[in-house]
Ligand binder design. Structure first.
Ligand SMILES: C[S@@+](CC[C@H](N)C(=O)[O-])C[C@H]1O[C@@H](n2cnc3c(N)ncnc32)[C@H](O)[C@@H]1O
Length: 238
C-alpha cells in the first residue's frame, strides 16, 4: 500500500494537512532536540522528512539514519537527502542515510542512538509493542524517543467535524491524487480511531521500557507528540 502512494505521498501530506505537517515536524524537533553528537534514528521514515529535519537541526554534523520497509518511499527519501546534503557548506557533512528495515526487527546494535523518532508510523506497525521495544533497545541509556502520531480532538464538536472530514473528504482527495488500488486513505481514519492515544499509549510506552513519558496535543488534538526517556539503568524486578 505504501509503495503505491510513495510518488504522491509528500504532495498529499501537505495538501491534506493544509501544510500543518511542517509545523508538527518542526515542533517535534524543538521538543526533542539533539543533544550531543551521537546518531539519531527515525523509524518508519517514509520519504524521510523528519530525518531531514533532524539532520538540518544538527547543522549536518550529526549522523541521521532513516529506516522503513517500503523501498519506493526510501528512493524518494534518498533523492531528497542527496539534494539537501549537496547544499551543505561543510566539505564532509555527517551522513544522512536510509536503510530498508522492519521496525519490529531493527538491524542495529543495542544502545546506539541518542534519539529514536517515529512520525505517523507507529500506528502502522503491526505489533506496536514489538516496534516500541526495538526502538528502546537501539536507544542509548538516558536517550530519548519521540513519537508523533495522529489523535482525535477531545472537544466533541471539533471531533465530529474532524471525523466527518476524515471519513468523507480526505479519502476522496487521497484517492484522486494518489490513484492507488488499495484505497490507502480509507484505511487512515479507521487506523487513527483504533490506535491508542494519550494516557493509554503512554502506558504502553512505559511497558516497553521507557520512562518519563509526556505528551503534547497539537492543533486541537489532531496530532500528539509523545516524548520519553530510556532509563540509564533498568531497575531489577523485585
Ligand atoms: C504514514 S507513513 C509516515 C512516513 C513519515 N514518517 C512521515 O512522517 O511522513 C508510514 C510509514 O511507515 C512505514 N512502515 C509501516 N510499518 C512498518 C514497519 N513494520 N517497518 C518499517 N516501516 C514501516 C511505511 O512503509 C510508511 O512509509
Amino acid at each position: 500500500m505504501f509503495g503505491e502512494i510513495a510518488g504522491r505521498y509528500d504532495l498529499l501530506n501537505h495538501l491534506l494537512s493544509g501544510g500543518v505537517d511542517y509545523y508538527w515536524r518542526w515542533r517535534t524537533v524543538r521538543k526533542a532536540p539533539p543533544q550531543g553528537t551521537a546518531p539519531i534514528l527515525d523509524v518508519c521514515t517514509g520519504t524521510g522528512d523528519l530525518a531531514l529535519a533532524y539532520w538540518n537541526r544538527g547543522h549536518g554534523r550529526i549522523r541521521v539514519v532513516g529506516s522503513d520497509f517500503t523501498h519506493q518511499m526510501l528512493i524518494r527519501a534518498r533523492e531528497k537527502a542527496a539534494q539537501l546534503t549537496s547544499k551543505s557548506r561543510d566539505s564532509q557533512p555527517a551522513p544522512l542515510e536510509f536503510v530498508e528495515a522492519d521496525t519490529q526487527q531493527l538491524p542495529f546494535d543495542n544502545d546506539q542512538f541518542q534519539l529514536v523518532t517515529v512520525a505517523f508510523g507507529l500506528r502502522n506497525v503491526t505489533d506496536t509493542r514489538r516496534g516500541l521495544r526495538e526502538m528502546c533497545r537501539v536507544c542509548q541509556p538516558g536517550g530519548r524517543v519521540a513519537v508523533l502520531e495522529f489523535s482525535l480532538p477531545r472537544n466533541w464538536l471539533l471531533r465530529t467535524v474532524y471525523l466527518w472530514y476524515f471519513r468523507n473528504v480526505l479519502p476522496i482527495i487521497g484517492q484522486l491524487v494518489s490513484r492507488n488500488r488499495q484505497m490507502a486513505y480509507n484505511y487512515l481514519p479507521q487506523s487513527v480511531a483504533e490506535f491508542p492515544q494519550g494516557q493509554v499509549l503512554a502506558g504502553i510506552m512505559q511497558e516497553c521500557g521507557f520512562s518519563e513519558v509526556s505528551w503534547t496535543p497539537m492543533t486541537f488534538g489532531i496530532a500528539t507528540l509523545y516524548v520519553a526517556r530510556k532509563p540509564e539503568v533498568i531497575s531489577p524486578v523485585a
